[in-house]
Design a protein around this ligand. Structure first.
Ligand code: SAM
Length: 282
């Protein structure tokens, strides 16, 4: 018995659209490509997906995005090894190792995070996650209250908990990211019931909750519309760390932050992606 596998190369903006469209014709497992330039989609066994259905789908989009795809099959017994082959551990300098459970541990790293990404974003391979982790490493998170907005795999929340944060709440607009975060909490021996993990957008943050650090690695447009609301949930003197946008977008993001007494403390750029740390001076 075999699974159908499909590799799609497309613009980042189309990834979620294709996931939804491919789900309609019978694909059930999706993995965003690290780098954000496409996705892998897999069907369950026994799914009768016709090549013509896939061709018809992509024909509708080929004028809107640069698009190419490779269709193949994966034998059942190779399912795990195929997925594992595509997932390499990542080292954030000599500080943090992000790996799957099947990668060997490397005790020389002060912090090790175990992540099974499934369909969620957040393995540390992407420049945004990498820089968020790198900047968080230099912060004192002991006994702090942290919110991870757009948690994906939950990698940032997990890091905060491993560094001694007492409360790590996390939310994501996508249900599967929420499920995945709870699974990954458990892989890192973080007790999910001690922390809140929920599906929602910025308005779903409980009204009275405030945090020492709010993390949001999402994208420029969502951040521009969410910064004001996120700021309401930062304690006086607390921090906001943002990523998911390019270096060129820093002025727009900082302009929005300046409306709410958020002062720039730190910034980094890696392959044109940036991450910034701001302090709430209200
Ligand atoms: C770039 S990924 C970041 C994942 C992880 N925090 C990391 O740093 O690797 C962005 C995440 O934000 C989620 N997302 C997108 N729009 C959102 C919104 N309006 N509110 C909350 N989460 C959102 C996506 O589902 C995705 O999991």
């Amino acid at each position: 018995m075999s699974y159908i596998s499909l590799e799609v190369n497309c613009d980042e903006d189309f990834i979620e659209i294709f996931m939804a469209e491919l789900a309609e014709i019978g694909f059930s497992t999706f993995q965003e490509k690290e780098g954000g330039d496409g996705l892998f989609a897999y069907s369950e066994e026994n799914q009768n997906i016709e090549t013509s259905q896939i061709q018809a789908l992509f024909q509708q989009y080929e004028k809107l995005t640069s698009l190419s795809y490779n269709l193949g099959t994966v034998e059942k017994e190779n399912w795990n090894s195929d997925w594992e082959k595509n997932y390499e551990p990542i080292e954030v300098e000599d500080k943090i190792l992000v790996r799957a459970h099947f990668h060997p541990s490397k005790p020389q790293f002060p912090i090790e995070i175990i992540v099974t990404p499934k369909m969620s974003f957040g393995t540390g391979h992407h420049e945004t996650t990498y820089q968020m982790l790198n900047q968080m490493y230099d912060m004192d998170l002991e006994d702090k209250m942290v919110l991870d907005a757009g948690c994906g795999t939950g990698i940032l929340a997990i890091f905060a908990a491993l560094r001694g944060a007492t409360k790590v709440d996390a939310y994501d607009i996508d249900e599967w990211a929420v499920e995945n975060t709870v699974e990954n909490f458990s892989l890192n021996s973080i007790i999910a019931s001690k922390h809140k993990v929920w599906q929602g957008e910025v308005q779903s943050i409980p009204k009275k909750e405030t945090y020492d650090l709010v993390l949001a690695n999402i994208n420029k447009n969502i951040l521009l519309s969410d910064i004001q609301h996120l700021n309401k949930h930062i304690k006086k003197g607390g921090f906001l760390m943002l990523s998911g946008f390019y270096e060129n977008d820093i002025p727009d993001i900082l302009n929005e932050c300046s409306k709410f007494s958020l002062e720039l403390i730190n910034q980094s750029v890696r392959n044109q992606w940036s991450a910034i740390l701001l302090k709430n001076n209200k």
